[in-house]
Design a protein around this ligand. Sequence first.
Ligand code: IDP
Ligand code: MG
Length: 156
Amino acid sequence: METTLIILKPDAVQRGLMGRIISRFEDKGLQVVGCKMMQISQQLAATHYEAHQAKGFYAGLVRFMTSSPVLVLALRGNGAITICRNMMGATFGSKANPGTIRGDFGVSNSFNLIHGSDSPEAAERELKLFFTPGEVLNWGRAGEAWVYDMSGGKPE
Ligand code: IDP
Ligand code: MG
């Protein structure tokens, strides 16, 4: 099972889209194992987006991410990282396909509602940045046996 970091960005929180976006992930069968609202500090935004430091949009991106509260989620599932990235859609709503979160809820070429880790390495690094170990809960879902076929001993 993979765990991925999702951030519902300031525009998603301000526009009242938290519930609808979380519902999409729950409906899909992903398990919420961590969830909290927070205001991202300058330092945390800089660390999280350090790979983009040289880009022209970097200063604006840090300003956006620190401007208003976000909701951070740890989502778990078989292949959760790729599943979430596919559900998010292309980087900006103007280009993202209908049926994706960015495609259905946004039109901007700057505000884009959601972040999701893009690799197992990124997920490990980002989960540590946003959650303390005790904030990610290993809880058993009552309906798990009907989310995955476990007859072969592993989730299919
Ligand atoms: P991703 O979030 O789809 O993985 P990246 O290219 O990794 O997209 O960029 C990280 C974030 O930086 C984006 O989600 C977006 O918030 C911001 N960003 C990327 N490109 C631009 C741009 O051209 N203008 C403004 N913001 C941008
Ligand atoms: Mg990226």
